[in-house]
Design a protein around this ligand. Structure first.
Ligand code: G4P
Length: 283
């Protein structure tokens, strides 16, 4: 598998910026792509936020396999972490997310109330890798309340807070994280879902990766899509056969791109690319 070389450098700078932002908030909203929850997760941030109340959003759940989304939800949920699966593109108010933020910050609210703070306000930030849906979620949460709450004393300059409701304020700029890139398979998965620039990968590499994955984990869907094509043909040959049968003559590269698009557009159904076996908290 060829390695995708992406987002070089500046990691320490990004890490420091994130650390600085995290120090300003009570709750972290970590946005993952439900099709690749683990591959879209930044391990450094997962660690930095260990001690903070957290909401993990499995976003784009409309595109992911619902059975696996449920498993990932169970997997991530713990006493510090509330997990919600969202389709923030089509769901305009995100009430489940508001509920989750409240749940994650219950202890903090309780503490502030005991200290005598009337109507305590919880501050949150959205973090995630590019294209996972941070801005969509931020816009949904803030809605028409675009009024900036303003700089708070004692915090970094130019850090504005947006009012979500009486109890929640959101940092106006999401924290952009770099994805993991040691594992070439992670690169393939992020390329498959359209999260990294098309100029940094070869379409046929990604199409072959997809065929292999679908063959192992979604054989019925692949078989249906292939129709009369022999499902068990060896991989590069299978892609070549598909190229011809689907009318792309010998334009392997153009068909590879088309096939990736077909998968993204759910022509093979809702697919999750990070597989997880059934988990239970007793495991
Ligand atoms: P970012 O800030 O994390 O970089 O992501 P952003 O919100 O810009 O979203 C990236 C793309 O993902 C956008 O599509 C957005 O509409 C889409 N998206 C966000 N959340 C969801 C979701 O829950 N389900 C689905 N299906 N799509 C989602 P785009 O093509 O760039 O723009 P648009 O044409 O959709 O406006």
């Amino acid at each position: 598998m060829r390695k995708i070389n992406w987002y070089p450098g500046h990691m320490n700078k990004a890490k420091n910026q994130i650390e600085e932002k995290l120090s300003l908030v009570d709750v972290v909203i970590e946005v993952l792509d439900a099709r690749v929850p683990e591959s879209s997760r930044n391990p450094v941030v997962a660690k930095l936020t260990d001690q903070k109340p957290k909401v993990i959003v499995l976003n784009k759940s409309d595109l992911a396999d619902p059975k696996l989304t449920k498993r990932w939800k169970n997997y991530y949920e713990n006493e510090n972490t509330v997990v919600v699966a969202l389709d923030s593109k089509h769901n305009s108010k995100l009430p489940e997310l508001l509920k989750a933020i409240k749940k994650a910050s219950a202890a903090k609210i309780e503490k502030l109330t005991q200290k005598g703070v009337v109507n305590p306000v919880i501050r949150a930030i959205c973090v995630g890798i590019p294209n996972c849906g941070k801005s969509t979620i931020l816009n949904r949460l803030v809605g028409k309340n675009v009024a900036v709450v303003g700089n708070k004393p004692g915090v970094t300059k130019n850090q504005n807070w947006l009012k979500v409701n009486q109890q929640i304020e959101l940092l106006d700029t999401p924290g952009i994280l770099w994805p993991k890139f040691e594992d070439p398979e992670v690169g393939m998965k992020l390329a498959a879902i359209g999260s990294i620039k098309e100029t940094v990968f070869q379409f046929d590499d990604v199409a072959l990766f997809l065929l292999d994955y679908l063959h192992s984990f979604y054989p019925k869907q692949l078989d249906k899509y292939l129709n009369t094509i022999d499902f068990d043909e060896n991989l590069p040959e299978l892609l070549m056969t598909m190229t011809q049968k689907f009318g792309f003559r010998d334009d392997y590269d153009r068909y590879s791109y088309h096939f990736i698009q077909q998968v993204r557009k759910l022509k093979l159904g809702q697919i999750t690319f990070d597989y997880l076996k059934e988990v239970s908290h007793d495991d």
